[in-house]
Design a protein around this ligand. Sequence first.
Ligand SMILES: [Fe+2]
Ligand SMILES: [Fe+2]
Length: 317
Amino acid sequence: MLNKTIEQLEQEFQAKIDAEIKIEPKDWMPDAYRKTLVRQISQHAHSEVVGMLPEGNWISRAPSLRRKAVLLAKVQDEAGHGLYLYSAVETLGTSRDQTIEDLLSGKAKYSSIFNYPALTWADMGAIGWLVDGAAIMNQVALCRASYGPYARAMVRICKEESFHQRQGYEIICTLMKGTDAQRQMAQDAVNRFWWPALMMFGPSDTDSPNSAQSMKWKIKRFSNDDLRQKFVNATVPQAHLIGLTLPDKDLKFNEATGNWEFGEMPWDEFFNVVKGNGPCNKKRLRDRNTAHDNGAWVREAALAHAEKRAERQRKAS
Ligand SMILES: [Fe+2]
Ligand SMILES: [Fe+2]
C-alpha cells in the first residue's frame, strides 16, 4: 500500500464501487468522499433529531390513548434513527461531540421541512404521510449506498419509516371520514405540507452541482428529480382516493409517460427557509439547545456509571 500513488488508490477505490463492494471504515477512501459522507450523514442525523420537535409537541395533545402511544413510538423511532446515523458519522473519524456541537451552534444544516410549524392535529397526519413518505423515497435508495455503515443504518431505518408513513396516512384517512371541520383540517394540513414535502428532494438536478459525483460514488442512486417524480406518482392517487385535493392547479396525469406532472415549486420560499428565515428556524435551535442542556445530568451520570464499572472490573481482575 505504501508504494501506491494516489491515482492508483483512487482507481482501486472506484473499481470497488463499480463492482458493488461496500467501502468500510478502515478502507482507503478519497478525502472528498469522506467529507461528502460526513456532511450528508450528519445532516441526516440532525434531521431525525430536530424532526422530533414538531411531533413531540403534539404527544400531550393526541386525541386518544391509541394515537398517543403510536405517536410516542414514532418519535422515539426518530431518536433511534439519529443515534444510528451519529454512530455512522463517527466511523468516518468525526467525533460525536463535534457533530452535535455543529448542530447546536447553528453551523450544521438539517432538513428545512422541520422549520415549518405543526399547527393542528391533522399536521401529524400530513407529516407522517407526506414528510416520512418523501423521506422513504430517498432512504430506500440509500440502503444501497456504497459506504457500508450508512447503508446498513438505512436498512434498519427504512423498516420503521414505512410504519411512520402509514400511521400518518391513517390519521388523514380517519379525519377525511369525519365531520366537515375535520376534513377541512386535513385538507389545510395537506395544503401547507405538499410543496415543502416536494422540496425535500432538493434542488432540480440542473442546479445540484454535487449530484454527478455522488452518483459516481454510488452514495446516490437516483437523481433528485427522479425521486421527486416517483413520490408524486405514488402520492397523488392516495390523495384522490380519500377525497383530498392537492394545492397545484398544474397537476395533471400524462398518459404517455405515466407521470403526474406538477407545477413550478416555490423555490424562493425554500431558499429563504434554508437561509434560516423559516417560521421556526430559531425556535427549533433554541429548543434543541435547551433539551441538550437539560440532558447534561444524564450524560454525566452515564459517564460516572461507566467509570465506576470500569474501576470495579479493574479491581476484580
Ligand atoms: Fe426517521
Ligand atoms: Fe420517520
